[in-house]
Ligand binder design. Structure first.
Ligand SMILES: [Zn+2]
Length: 462
């Protein structure tokens, strides 16, 4: 052994990960069916462990001390509500005051010889990048949750999978890579995006290797289908796609590729949190790794089950940087506790319903651009692609939406009128619409270059 260096295989106890956080397929035969008492007993023990660890990190300790919270206060799961939450704004301040990593990390690069680690960043396009350091354990345990989600989508051990996400500073591509390779025993073909491996080449590779999934956005999958057709292939018959990505138009993806569509939810700092079962009614939270609360977007106060609010997530699996009551500002709601039709007692959340920090108050009505987009794109003649802008006109906030249509431009005026009528009917407000051809808003949505298409721009200024 090299002096003082601890290698990844020495830093990760694989047997412990498998025991604590069973990977698929075992998970779906074991922990997935545990009763509430067992689930919550494990959660409480792990929560207390995580709280003591988080308390060693200045960011959390300072906030908790100021709020009068201490890890010893955690006697039941409900006590978690006594702990203050934080948002991305607090992370930004932490980085400003303690550049370049902030004081919210559980490790520093100087520890890398003892604690093998990786760093990924989010938010690079607007403002400063927000790094998250992952220990080797955090990567490997986190990959279990991603593997569970991929298994739920329909990916099976032994499959060949194209990973068409951009390998970049962002967590996305690598977290899929690690999950597919380390826990699902899939063959990963790392094509990256169309800028790295041409779409024609991606189509050829997927067919030659019999790939069962192409991991990318729904929008890029549609482009792959389009190119496949132009090369003389039938996307449903010649591509063997069995699992679809979790971002995109569900019905159109299903009918294009002849595969079922399942929703799932995850984010940069923690990998995957929840995925849909065959009942297609809510996403089961991986409760051995997470506690998910739903809070009011504006006040942070608890909301009753079924109410749309912001997800506040506490991870229960890491050894490095802690996410402890992280108010992620993704909108969803909790299902009441109870047994699902699939047999699982794991709590469920609704599908991702937009970003809380994009909320626009228009004449007293709270609107989310994603909600407006979903309603607009339900109008016949529109494609699942849109861009919403908030602006200030004559001292009034206004919202406008651009929708995309593949129809002849002579129909655009009718489509525009229908979108405005449907939006007015749904929200009781005038939201102006315009219609453009496919591709004309790509520079706004950045869908070829960004891991998630952008759907909203706020032009109201301070
Ligand atoms: Zn279920």
């Amino acid at each position: 052994m090299a002096q003082g260096i601890r290698r990844p295989h020495e830093a990760i106890d694989f047997a412990a990960i498998e025991r604590m956080y069973p990977p698929p397929p075992e998970y779906f035969e074991t922990a997935y069916f545990e009763d509430r008492e067992t689930i919550e007993r494990k959660q409480l023990a792990r929560l207390i462990d995580r709280a003591w660890r988080a308390y060693e990190i200045p960011f959390h300790r300072n906030r908790w001390d100021a709020a009068g919270f201490h890890p010893s206060h955690l006697k039941t799961l409900d006590d978690l509500w006594k702990c203050p939450s934080y948002t991305v704004d607090d992370i930004r301040i932490s980085i400003d005051n303690n550049p370049p990593y902030g004081d919210y990390q559980g490790v520093t690069p100087a520890l890398a010889t003892r604690e093998p680690m990786r760093v990924y960043m989010s938010g690079g396009t607007t403002g400063k990048s927000r790094p998250t350091f992952y220990t080797a354990w955090d990567r490997m345990a986190g990959a279990v949750f991603t593997a569970r989600a991929l298994y739920q989508l329909g990916i099976r051990p032994g499959d060949v999978v194209l990973n068409s996400w951009a390998y970049s500073t962002h967590n996305g591509a690598m977290c899929f890579d690690e999950a597919l390779y380390s826990w699902l025993n899939c063959v990963v073909l790392t094509t990256s995006t169309g800028n790295v491996t041409s779409t024609e080449k991606q189509v050829e590779l997927a067919i030659q290797y019999g790939a069962t999934a192409i991991l990318t956005t729904g929008d890029y999958l549609f482009r792959i289908a389009e190119v496949a057709r132009s090369l003389g292939y039938d996307p449903e018959k010649d591509l063997k796609i069995r699992a679809l990505p979790n971002i995109g138009d569900a019905d159109l993806l299903s009918s294009t590729f002849g595969a079922p569509y399942y929703r799932s939810y995850g984010f940069h700092e923690v990998q995957w949190v929840a995925s849909e079962c065959e009942m297609h009614d809510g996403l089961h939270i991986y409760e051995d790794g997470f506690i998910v609360q739903v809070v009011d977007v504006e006040t942070g106060e608890p909301l009753p089950d079924g109410s749309l609010g912001s997800l506040c997530v506490t991870e229960l699996y890491k050894t490095g940087t802690a996410q402890f009551r992280y108010n992620i500002l993704d909108l969803s709601y909790l299902y009441p506790k109870g047994q699902c039709g699939c047999g699982s007692w794991l709590r469920k959340i609704g599908p991702f319903a937009g970003r809380g920090d994009n909320m626009v108050k228009l004449r007293g009505v709270n609107l989310w651009p994603e909600g407006v987009g979903e309603v607009a794109c339900s109008v016949s003649g529109t494609l699942p692609d849109y861009f919403v802008t908030a602006s200030r006109v004559n001292n009034r906030d206004e919202l406008s939406i651009i929708v995309v249509s593949g129809r002849d431009s002579s129909q655009f005026a009718d489509i525009q009128a229908e979108v405005e009528r449907v939006l007015h009917g749904r929200f009781g407000l005038k939201i102006s619409a315009s219609v453009v051809r496919p591709g004309e808003i790509d520079h706004l949505t950045e869908f070829l270059t960004s891991p998630k298409p952008k759907r909203f721009k706020d032009e109201r200024g301070g």
